[in-house]
Design a protein around this ligand. Structure first.
Ligand code: HEC
Length: 132
């Protein structure tokens, strides 16, 4: 194969990888838009972000600042750099499943224990939060 053909192959590969990564980048670092929620129904981190901003489900922005949302809730701390606050995803899962374990007097609802979100939904929420 000549140099030109090789270069063309490499360029094609780079573009292909870029296209594959584009949907993942959508949910990284901020809440997805409703349009992104509709466009990426199978991406767990996007789905988690959509659950977080759904007023009937997570509604997390009512109490927390979350990049990409306009509500700026200040009942709880801003949700960012969570990978530095939690040793792993399981610990973060626990905080959302039942925050009364860490703080019996918390204002945060126990989303798992009270069946507001399913375990599968909380795992998606954690996948999203891990990108913040
Ligand atoms: C009614 C208010 C309220 C709602 C709604 C709420 N939280 Fe919280 N959250 C809190 C408070 C208050 C804290 C601070 C810790 C405590 O008091 O237990 C907290 C703490 C946290 C923490 C720990 C943050 C850290 O840096 O240590 C995470 C993560 C979190 N919330 C995620 C969520 C997610 C995800 C949702 C939505 C599914 C949510 N919260 C909904 C009030 C709320």
């Amino acid at each position: 194969m000549g140099t030109k053909t090789a270069l063309r192959a490499v360029r094609g590969l780079v573009m292909g990888v870029g296209l594959l990564l584009a949907p993942l980048a959508m949910a990284a670092g901020r809440a997805p838009t409703p349009k992104e929620c509709a466009a990426h129904p199978a991406n767990p981190a996007v789905k988690g972000g959509c659950l977080v901003i759904d007023r009937a489900l997570g509604n997390c922005m009512a109490c927390h600042v979350i990049a990409g949302t306009a509500m700026d809730g200040n009942v709880g701390p801003a949700l960012r750099n969570l990978r530095q606050h939690f040793p792993n995803k399981q610990a973060l899962f626990q905080q959302i499943y039942d925050p009364t374990i860490a703080n019996p007097h918390t204002a945060m609802p126990p989303f798992g224990k009270d069946h507001i979100l399913t375990k599968a939904q909380i795992r998606e929420v954690v996948d999203f939060l891990w990108t913040l």
